[in-house]
Design a protein around this ligand. Structure first.
Ligand code: ASP
Length: 439
């Protein structure tokens, strides 16, 4: 059994946290490849090391003195080193970083040093080999991640390596210049390593005990999702459910390697298992609920529209020409509605409307503004009769007017549009009918 374990910034923010991580790794000998983030926040008002690095490099670019901020970062690492009782010195590393800052090595280089240094500390603490991902995780000349070359390089680099710590978040161009993923990208690194070594599982350790059925800012103490498929996760993540970097699922998904979200502060919790497919049913018919506010529905009506070949295409053309991406498109016999982000639409509203008028000569075009979309996601929905009925009766009981309904063709989700002001109470009503009443 081989596991890749990735620890996020809050799991490695202090010596105390490092000790928890050490205990987790030592408790299971299959945890052989460790991917680390930079030290994160120790308390809510704290600053992540990555943000301090961006700040320091911002000063470099403005021609100002960055040494004070770099010293603050150095102290963060020194505190961890001292707290762990290590004799490691990062003196030379910090000298080199300061030199490279003066040479304008770039903000990606600057940001990556958080993971680089934390990798050195973690490797020293665990007695594992340290692996710098520059030269192993590869980006092409356009800055796109090169999955194929990376997989080869990573597999080769780890061949015969029994235990290793690999810094997350970055790789390099073929010429060696450092390039980072987008923020939170150490999750992607973990997935890349898991694929390369054909891990049995990719454990992603963070500070929550997994994905929650609904947003805890809306629902008090929501239940944890024990098991979720990659597809369900995509639907929920798209609608704003965080925890894992969106791109982290791609490398492992193709290999069918499960991701297990775990909590460093509650290691006995089983967390959430993310799998390719499963015949295990969700606990509550639905797997999760997520949503976003701030949409607008452009409602186009024309008698006999269904007989006009190319009608929909021409309506969509008006959006494409104005570079507005489309979220959903529920339609009727003589109507179609195009749902878009209100903030994107507002700026180009009149251009889009006049183009629709010109291209399809509709009877009417109405705008439904301040819409919130809620996705109710669950692999179990297609087998269960009455799911939609339960959702709508719960909303009716809560006096919420449903403005739009769209069932995804995957039958994995039902998307409901309600007024922005009803967003929270709609989520509460759906959560209650499927989850609270079942506990
Ligand atoms: N340290 C980086 C960030 O703060 C990457 C990561 O933690 O995954 O975004």
């Amino acid at each position: 059994m081989k596991k890749v374990v990735k620890f996020g910034g809050s799991s490695l923010a202090s010596a105390e946290q490092f000790k928890k991580v050490g205990a987790i790794i030592r408790s299971d000998e299959s945890r052989r490849y460790v991917v680390v983030s930079a030290p994160g926040k120790r308390f809510s008002a704290d600053t992540k090391v990555t943000d301090l690095l961006y700040k320091a490099y911002g000063l470099v670019e403005q021609g100002e003195d960055f040494t004070e901020v770099l010293e603050e970062i150095r102290q963060r690492y020194q505190e961890i080193i001292d707290g762990l009782g290590l004799s490691l010195s990062l003196e030379d590393e910090f000298k080199k970083i300061a030199e490279n800052f003066r040479d304008h090595a770039g903000s990606d280089y600057a940001a990556s040093r958080g993971e680089y240094l934390n990798g050195i500390v973690a490797a020293d603490y665990l007695g594992y080999e340290f692996i710098d991902p520059a030269g192993v995780i590869i980006f092409d000349d356009n800055g796109n991640f090169d999955a194929e070359t990376t997989n080869e390089m990573m597999a080769k680099r780890l061949e015969g390596v029994e235990h290793a710590v690999i810094s997350g978040f970055y790789g390099s161009y073929t010429d060696g210049r450092v390039k980072t993923f987008s923020r939170g990208g150490s999750d992607v690194t973990g997935s890349i390593v898991a694929k390369a070594i054909k891990a049995d599982v990719y454990e992603n350790w963070t500070d929550v005990s997994g994905f929650l059925v609904a947003d805890p800012r809306i629902i008090e103490n929501p239940q944890v999702i024990k098991l979720i498929t990659y597809k369900e996760l995509r639907e929920l993540a798209y609608m704003g459910a965080g925890v894992l970097h969106e791109e982290a699922i791609f490398p492992v998904r193709k290999e069918g390697i499960p991701i297990n979200i775990r909590n460093t502060n509650a290691p006995e919790d089983p967390g959430t298992m993310i799998v390719q497919s499963t015949c295990n049913k969700s606990d509550y018919t639905i797997t999760g609920i997520a949503g976003k506010k701030g949409f607008v529905g452009v409602h186009v009506e024309k008698d006999m529209m269904n007989t006009e070949v190319g009608f929909c295409r021409r309506v969509l053309q008006a959006f494409e020409d104005n570079h507005i991406s489309i979220e959903h498109m529920p339609s009727g016999i003589d109507t179609m509605t195009v749902i878009v982000h209100q903030s994107e639409f507002e700026e180009k509203e009149q251009q889009v409307l006049s183009e629709i008028n010109r291209l399809v000569r509709p009877d009417t075009v109405n705008l439904v503004t301040d819409l919130a979309l809620i996705a109710v996601v669950g692999r179990g929905m297609k087998e269960n009769r009455g799911t939609a009925g339960r959702i709508f009766s719960a909303l009716a009981h809560a006096h919420i007017n449903v403005r739009m309904i769209d069932q995804g063709s995957s039958e994995l989700n039902i998307i409901i549009g309600v007024a922005n002001k009803d967003f929270e109470s709609a989520i509460q009503a759906i959560y209650d009918i499927f989850v609270s009443t079942q506990i």
